[in-house]
Design a protein around this ligand. Structure first.
Ligand SMILES: [Zn+2]
Length: 189
């Protein structure tokens, strides 16, 4: 019998450094068992998404969005599985890996237009280096947080437009999804 429904390293309220210490102090076996249990649960809950989904997105569109639970890019833009590419990370920040994905998306997978969709009340807003270090200690990595959602959005659009290998012939735009109202505001057209 293993007891860890919630792995010790995911206990809320514990700082990352403390959690690392907890993991280091815990036995190896229960942690592995918990991970296997969690994976089995994910597989058990998997849903068939059908066999007719095209490899290339039908709408020839990619959306860069935040990982926030309140943001469902497919639902927000009225898309179905197979319609668009969705590239997500914390904040919908245009990182090197987003650029990498969009190079593949626009050169091999038929995508012609890109929209960066940030949102209100984002957890990455205000996640500065100082805030990161206050939680994680000196030398914490740059988490690519921002202090202005609109400024970061414009910066992201500008970066994508300047990337020669991102071939979005129909354009790159930027919008902000309002969590409270459910509306999307086009900021960079
Ligand atoms: Zn967010």
């Amino acid at each position: 019998m293993f007891r860890a429904i919630r792995p010790v390293y995911l206990q809320p309220g514990l700082g990352a450094r403390v959690q690392r210490e907890v993991v280091a102090a815990s036995e190896v076996a229960p942690r592995i068992m918990a991970a296997m249990s969690s994976s089995a649960e994910l597989v058990r809950q998997a849903r068939d998404q059908g066999t007719t989904v095209p490899k290339k997105p039908r709408r020839r569109t990619a959306v860069v969005a935040c990982m926030d639970t309140r943001v469902d890019p497919l639902r927000i833009v009225g898309a179905d599985v197979g319609d668009i590419h969705v590239i997500r990370n914390a904040g919908a920040v245009v990182t090197d890996d987003v650029v990498r994905s969009l190079i593949a998306s626009t050169n091999w997978l038929g995508v012609e237009r890109i929209q960066i969709m940030m949102h209100t009340d984002c957890g990455a807003l205000g996640l500065t280096r100082d805030v990161a270090e206050s939680k994680l200690g000196a030398g914490a990595p740059d988490l690519a947080g921002f202090v202005s959602t609109e400024d970061e959005l414009r910066k992201g659009v500008e970066r994508l437009r300047s990337e020669a290998l991102v071939d979005a012939s129909k354009g790159i735009t930027g919008s902000i999804y309002d969590i409270a109202s459910g509306e999307v505001r086009l900021v960079v057209s």
